[in-house]
Design a protein around this ligand. Sequence first.
Ligand code: ME8
Length: 519
Amino acid sequence: MTKPFYITTAIDYVNGQPHLGHAYEKIITDVIARARRSFGQEVFFLTGLDEHGQKVQQVAQADGKTPQAYCDGLAADWQAFAKKLELTNNDFVRTTSTRHKEFVQAILTKLHAAGEFYQKTYEGFYSAREETFLTEKDRRPDGTFDPAYGEVVKLQESNYWFKLKAQQQWLIDYLEANPSFVQPDYRRNEVLGFLKNNELEDLCISRPLARLNWGIPLPFDKDYVTYVWFDALVNYISIPAAHGDKTVLAATPNLSLPAPADQVDLWPADIHVIGKDILKFHAVYWPIMLKAMGLPLPKQILAHGWWQKDGERMSKTTGNVIDPVAVINEWGVDAFRFYVVRELAIGPDGNWTDAGFKARYQAELANGLGNLVNRSLSMLKRYRNGVVPARHDELAPEAAKVVADTQALLEQSDLQGSLQAIWQLVNRANQYVDQTKPFSLAKDPAQAKRLDEVLYNLAESCRVLAVLLWPFIPGTTTKIFGQLGLPGSPEKFAAANWGGLQPGHVIGEPAPLFPRKDV
Ligand code: ME8
């Protein structure tokens, strides 16, 4: 059996409600997962929550709850959010679960026994918001720290450190030899630049209980909990282990949890989808951790950019936020999924404007795709009682090109490019209606054959579009199939080949897909 395609998202801190940035990352990952499934690949898609650390402990305290009660309450909201986005994740990790905590402890025990850690006292600066130590080098030219670090406090404490210094060169070599390991290219160059121009500091992997108790206890020293990032990154292998991943289990013979009866083959991950701000953790610390554990590296780290709203950083304090749930309730989940993927390529930063969202809804969804499907099927219903005429291939070559282009772009996870390619067919088919004027042909009995041809090309284009668009807007494409009188969902990419609609087949009832709104 071939190895499933294993794809993950970052796991989100549960210190509030999900926002646009979280939604975006989960949606692009879901589109890639669905696209791979539609190609016939088995996929394992993992997402979830990062529940430990000082940030979570602080908000729980402010809320008058224990951290666990606080996380349990919010985890339900986040899981409901994943459903609202129509994510097809195969599992949902919570880092407070036993299966994850026990696994992290097994890893720590193994690395400790292998001499990878040492204890030392550190004096310096600490940012709770970023859960990280800072040095003089992190100061800006004016002597202050970037406000992104939040409050920075000076502290002195004894901790366990993970030896990284000796790892610098092989990682540079690896990044240079494997251009697709970090994508897009400019992010890879950023990592290489960092590694070539800085000496890698050892990584502090503990926090003293006296300062923070909301974490996984170090198995070899009861006075400490595990640094939240060390805990969080391990989710990418703790969950495969819980599913019986043979590679991961072979590297953790000391794991006390019983292994499942059936083995699976997930690790290494095919893609870790993450935001640009956590690139160093994934492209520097994580590979080094994996190497120390004796595990292969993930095949790709795909870093997306950040969303702003109206040109400014989103912030709860200023109220400059997008509530994805409110947008979805008003416009539908597919309008939201479509907009974020179409608006922003995976890589650069994006900017949400309400006007931009409404403009795409109106032009591309309502007037573009929606109008095409509605008028194509309504005319087939009106002029031919909904019975599909004989096959005709006038638009077949153009459709075939769009299908091939879309497949190639999806294989490279170029989702925005795929939608652009697919819209070439939407636009071409709409133009075809305007050029062939089926409403005029219908008035002339001598044009009956030509009208049949046009109606077939239009209905078949709608079917092909439903197949191509399924990973992006699954609910809408299932509706298109329903209106075409076809069963189920257009889940199989192979069905995008021209000629699937059979002559004599009777379609269902046309209905608007994207109601026009007065905006
Ligand atoms: O970093 N636009 O969690 P997190 C786009 N728990 N993406 C955004 C964004 C924005 N405005 N804001 C956040 C963490 N993100 C860790 C991850 S993984 C082992 C641990 C993205 O809740 C961000 O880049 O702060 C990250 O990929 C994800 O949301 C979770 O961010």
